[in-house]
Write a protein of this length. Structure first.
Ligand SMILES: Nc1ncnc2c1ncn2[C@@H]1O[C@H](COP(=O)(O)OP(=O)(O)OP(=O)(O)O)[C@@H](O)[C@H]1O
Length: 263
């Protein structure tokens, strides 16, 4: 097993409940901690997996501070209740300002980050190179492919400097080649030493497991209305975290089957 210590708590879900005309989410409790490995300090990559209609989008909105739960709360850092704007949110359709060039959008994001004052352009150029977008900075979003839009969205959130990046279905709509690239890119973001915590909400079990260190399964329990965290899988313990080309390993395939059995 990869040696590591789970250190300070960065996000906590405390008894989150959401009810409309019926309970949608109930008793949601989990805690995300930073991880320290020898020579590396990094955020966690957590996936929330569940079948269609179970309540993933609702939980995504609550986590991002865009929707208040009926009861309970999400707190970040020193027990501060999360509010809209605390998290870098990447929606499924990679929403971008269509009337601005990629560079103009990125500059706007960089200017929101005080740590980048005076080095905005230089940082954009560095990320653009890393994310293979150098030749696309002067294009408009409609001139980009789905994968390129996704990379611009991720760059935007990284430039803003949010500690948390919340991604809604980051693998949907990408072709097989782009899927592998997206997995690689998110792994790269999580391993950068900027201590980002990535939270991925998805029904794509295979790709979520491939980049996460922890998986939470959202599902129903017999006789109880409303979805809750049915199971937590620690992928570090199973030696499945932070590994490239893991998808054909027996223990990876067994974990996928186990998750499918829980949904
Ligand atoms: N405004 C609302 N009023 C009442 N019920 C709602 C409202 N919004 C969502 N729901 C219900 O909450 C449940 C969970 O919806 P949610 O969109 O979170 O599912 P999901 O897991 O994201 O599904 P999918 O993977 O298909 O997108 C659904 O049964 C849905 O009908």
């Amino acid at each position: 097993m990869t040696e590591c210590i789970k250190a300070e708590v960065v996000l906590q879900a405390n008894n989150v409940q959401l009810t409309y005309d019926r309970p949608i989410l109930r008793d949601i409790n989990f805690c995300i901690k930073n991880i320290i490995r020898p020579g590396v300090e990094q955020g966690q990559v957590v996936s929330l997996i569940g079948r269609s209609g179970i309540g993933k989008t609702q939980l995504f909105k609550i986590l991002s501070g865009l929707q208040a739960p009926t009861a309970g709360q999400i707190t970040i850092h020193d027990n501060k209740p999360v509010k809209a704007g605390d998290m870098g949110v990447i929606f499924q359709n990679y929403y971008l300002f269509e009337w601005r060039t990629v560079y103009q959008s990125l500059l706007l994001a960089a200017k929101k980050n005080k740590k980048l004052a005076g080095k905005e352009k230089q940082t954009i150029d560095q990320y653009a190179e890393q994310f293979q977008l150098t030749g696309h900075l002067n294009l408009y979003p409609q001139q980009l492919s789905g994968g390129q839009r996704q990379r611009v969205s991720i760059m935007q959130q990284l430039l803003k400097g949010s500690d948390f990046i919340l991604l809604d279905e980051p693998f949907s709509g990408l072709d097989v080649c782009m899927l592998d690239k997206a997995v690689e890119l998110l792994l790269q973001v999580s391993l950068s030493d900027e201590l980002k915590t990535l939270i991925i909400v998805s029904h794509d079990i295979e790709n979520s497991v491939a980049i996460s260190d922890t998986v939470y399964i959202l599902g129903n329990e017999p006789g109880k209305e409303g979805a809750t965290i049915k199971k937590e899988i620690d992928l570090i313990e199973r030696d499945l975290a932070w590994q490239k080309n893991i998808k054909h390993e027996k223990r990876f395939l067994e974990t996928i089957e186990e998750i499918k059995g829980c949904l």
